[in-house]
Design a protein around this ligand. Sequence first.
Ligand SMILES: *Cc1c(COP(=O)(O)O)cnc(C)c1O
Ligand SMILES: [Zn+2]
Length: 408
Amino acid sequence: MTEFQYRCSLCGRTYGRDGVRYLCPDCGRGYSPGMPLRGVLEAEFDYRGIARRFRRSRPDWDLFSPVEREHYPDYPAGGTPFSPAPRLGERLGWPRLWIKNDGLNPSGSLKDRASFLVVAEAARLNEKTLVAASTGNAASSLAAVCAAAGRRAVIFVPQSTPRAKLVQMLVCGARVVPVCGSYDDAFRLSLEYTRRHGGLNRNTAYHPLTIEGKKTAGLEIFAQNGLRVPDAILVPVGDGVIISGVYKAFHDLRAAGLCERLPRLVAVQADSSAAIHDYIVGGNFRPAPSPVTIADSISVSVPSNPDLARRAVLESGGFSLTVSDERIMQAQALLAGQAGIFAEPAAAAAAAALLSDEARQRLDPGWQIVLLVTGHGLKDVEAPLSRLRIPEAVPADFADLPAETEEA
Ligand SMILES: *Cc1c(COP(=O)(O)O)cnc(C)c1O
Ligand SMILES: [Zn+2]
């Protein structure tokens, strides 16, 4: 842990750690549900202090954490594999392709990193209940971390959330409230809930430590890459908080003098759920009118964090693009078939970007490219099943095995 203050990303005002909880009190007054958040706070550390204490020979990554270790829940979030995927890379045209597989977090998605840190903050503040709205993964993750930490999770999800994610929440003992409506409706209800009943709200970007939690994915990439910055990182984007967290990792590393440049951050959205992409490209924010996509985890009409996501892409020299559901499912099959990694559709969207002309034009084949795989494929088996056929059962007698199923 290192000393920090919060700085409003809109007006620049600073606040002490305990002077504020969610949005900038000034700018947040202008926020109402149905629009992007206003006055999202960023943690600003004592970077000189980090630079003084950090040892390259024995890195202490806790220096970049805004919560003391004593408050951490007993839940092993993060520490996921980072490994080359040469077979997939050759196939796609980027031989130096690497995968950071965050589908291997305990609850099966990168969201564990944010839940972990907000639950640590709840322990520090002695808050017994955590509240969240989610398309699914943030909620299943919060349910799991709360179970390990002995806290209560109250969760609002759209009715359409994949069943496996709902089962995860329920089996971990969360109070689950499916909402007849979209993720945006669930978000509004969860804010209303904390306003009336208290508890700590974990909504993405609304609680500033969600960005800090997701930051650890970027810190790990840097650490596992031998304290080197990759050339580009592809990130699937819904609310725009994961990409802001990855940006924050390299921003903090640079501020502490540990690296000189940022990796180019490539934001990948689904064709129909492209509010952040449109904002990056056109400069004007407009909600996505009908964000219907097979990639449920990145389906959002009004993303909460478009400004920081846009800055992450532009300041890092990256770009944004959108992919069709068809491409996403093709990429899911490629990731599984060429790298053995089964990713949920939203996570496969990052790989789908590598099938596009934009990627071929803008990403040099000599670069080290990192795919951030954000969620596990077992969270939604219905999606790939629409393209697969489970073979008919055969009689339990070797002599009757059809010839074409015999292995060479
Ligand atoms: C939440 C999520 C995303 C998108 O993250 P944002 O912070 O909303 O942009 C991508 N993939 C998966 C699997 C997710 O759960
Ligand atoms: Zn402000």
